[in-house]
Design a protein. Structure first.
Length: 84
């Protein structure tokens, strides 16, 4: 199992009172690379499965990254992670 999939599992299963701290610690920041986008996709997947109330913030970030010259194509080709 990839490390990014493990992050999704942790985000999905962590106790509610610890969730915000965990999300802040694992949310990647610019400059964007494929590895950071992959982490963001899987973290967002974990939040989606969990029913996270602020999910739109992370989906919006992914949508914004679609226009990024460096990682936009990677985001587009891997967006299906959220749909599985």
């Amino acid at each position: 199992m990839d490390a990014v999939v493990c992050v999704a599992c942790v985000v999905n299963k962590v106790e509610a009172q610890e969730l915000e701290q965990v999300v802040k610690q694992v949310t990647p920041q610019a400059p964007w690379t494929r590895a950071k986008v992959d982490l963001l996709l899987w973290m967002t997947k974990g939040l989606l499965v969990r029913g996270y109330s602020n999910l739109q913030e992370y989906v919006a970030l992914l949508c914004t990254l679609l226009g990024d010259c460096a990682v936009g194509h990677f985001v587009a080709s891997n967006f299906e992670v959220l749909l599985r």
